[in-house]
Every structure is written in C-alpha cells, then in structure tokens.
Design a protein around this ligand. Structure first.
Ligand code: ZN
Ligand code: ZN
Length: 75
C-alpha cells in the first residue's frame, strides 16, 4: 500500500478492475441506470482501497462513485 503518498488532492483512479461477476444489486443507487441491471458487475480498485462498482448490461452501464470497500472486496 502507498497510502502515505496520497495527499489531500488524491484522485481515485482505477488501479485494477475485477469481473465480470453476476449481477446482484444496483451498483449506483444515487445515479441509477435501470437498463444496466441484470447482467454483470465489475469492481474497480484504487490504490487507496476505495472501490467503484459498475453494472454492465450490453451498452448500458452505471457507475458508482468511489466508496469504501465492503469486507471481502479486495484487489
Ligand atoms: Zn483512491
Ligand atoms: Zn441501478
């Protein structure tokens, strides 16, 4: 981990992305695109440990903001 190098201006960026995994639930309730539901999820990881969830269904995508990882979500 390089968290010590992350200053207050840290911008989360995708370090690695895991998936696809089967769709489970809306990835981004605050910016929902219902057409993206029902197919696959991807999870992107930042170096700081936050994650960004994506629901992807064909050309339809919804993306969450960068949020704290849940237990068990690891890059
Ligand atoms: Zn970050
Ligand atoms: Zn949604």
């Amino acid at each position: 981990m390089v968290v010590a190098a992350l200053g207050p201006n840290h911008q989360c960026r995708i370090l690695t992305t895991q998936g696809p995994t089967p769709f489970e639930a809306c990835a981004a309730p605050d910016r929902c695109n219902p057409a993206s539901h029902g197919s696959y999820h991807f999870i992107s990881f930042c170096v700081c440990g936050k994650v960004r969830r994506h629901s992807v269904n064909g050309d339809e995508i919804e993306r969450s903001g960068w949020v704290e990882a849940r237990p068990g979500e690891r890059r």
